[in-house]
Design a binder for this molecule. Structure first.
Ligand code: DGY
Length: 320
């Protein structure tokens, strides 16, 4: 009998496919760091039963139209704003993501970005390596404290809670805003639910962990930055689309806020000539929230288990 075909849109370690070798015919784009061109993807999915893809692959009607056998799309990310869920539902294609396995790793990165921004770690590293360090000075590269400050978490999902857990270790006051109240975060972590306006006004660190959707698109706009303290730092580890980047640049240049730490951008990869790249009070990372060796392997394994579950009829582990 013909084995079902699973197309994988990026090169992944071959040994992770071994447990499934007898069951599927795997085809894979042969580059790890370069996305599959759209025309190749559209050709490859034509006879595929399963697709394992990344955020860089737009899954829309035009893809589904050419892939009549497709039964499962396993997205290698917890976010799924690259996928048109209405279209997949209409076609009866199951979509899965990779929650849980990346929660702690992404929260680590969020906190690292917060700390790097507050304590000017990247600037300091550049300073010493470019031979600028001549003297100790009282305010040399002085940043702002983290401990006992107020963190405002926008989007108290799994990652938001994991960031809050880290914040408790720093004695921080934790505010959060979310669609629904989070009893665990309030009772166990002492987080306080506030309106978005109150959060913006009171927080020393505003951390965006919200998914990108119609409600959150450009949530952080000119008005939002105006509400924030002049001393506050904006951290974004969710999606670039939740920020009006022109408003952010304006706020940073006008010292309306004091800095930003960004792992995500409206356009990725961001152009190196982009104004955000030129600001010394902005720490930029190339969307590496979940990028630890351990977690990326777990994410790939979960995608394979999800695809296998759907194609074998036992059901996916983490359907959307
Ligand atoms: C996610 O999982 O959504 C990340 O942003 C990509 O790793």
């Amino acid at each position: 009998m013909k084995k079902p075909i699973i197309y994988i849109s990026r090169q992944i370690p071959a040994e992770l496919l071994h447990p499934y070798k007898d069951r599927y015919q795997f085809r894979m784009w042969d580059k790890e760091a370069v996305p599959v061109p759209r025309d190749v993807l559209l050709k490859e999915v034509q006879d595929a039963d399963g697709l394992i893809c990344l955020l860089s692959e737009k899954v829309d009607e035009s893809l589904l139209k050419v892939a009549p056998n497709l039964r499962v799309i396993a997205n290698l990310a917890v976010g799924y704003d690259n996928i048109n869920l209405e279209a997949t539902k209409k076609e009866g294609v199951v979509v899965t993501n990779t929650p849980d396995v990346l929660t702690e790793t992404t929260a680590d990165l969020g906190f690292a970005l917060l700390m790097a921004s507050a304590r000017r770690i990247i600037e300091a590293n550049h300073y010493i390596k470019t031979n600028q360090w001549e003297n100790w000075a009282p305010f040399l590269l002085a940043g702002s404290d983290i401990h006992h400050k107020t963190i405002g978490i926008v989007g108290m999902g799994r990652i938001g809670e994991a960031i809050a857990r880290r914040a408790t270790g720093f004695g921080m006051k934790i505010l959060y805003h979310n669609r629904s109240r989070k009893v665990n975060a309030e009772e166990v972590l002492g987080a306080k639910y506030v309106s978005i306006d109150e959060l913006l006004r009171q927080s020393d660190f505003v951390v965006s962990v919200v998914p990108l959707n119609e409600e959150t698109e450009q949530l952080f706009n000119e008005e939002a930055f105006q509400k924030m303290k002049n001393s506050s730092i904006f951290i974004n580890i969710s999606r670039g689309g939740v920020v009006d980047e022109s408003a952010l640049i304006k706020a940073l240049k006008a010292n309306q806020i004091s800095g930003a730490g960004l792992d995500v951008f409206a356009e990725e990869p961001i152009d190196r000539e982009h104004p955000l790249m030129k600001l010394s009070n902005v720490v930029c990372l190339p969307h590496i929230g979940s990028a630890s060796m351990e977690t990326r392997r777990k994410m790939i394994e979960l995608c394979l288990e999800n695809a296998d579950g759907v194609l074998q009829g036992t059901g996916p582990i983490t359907p959307i």
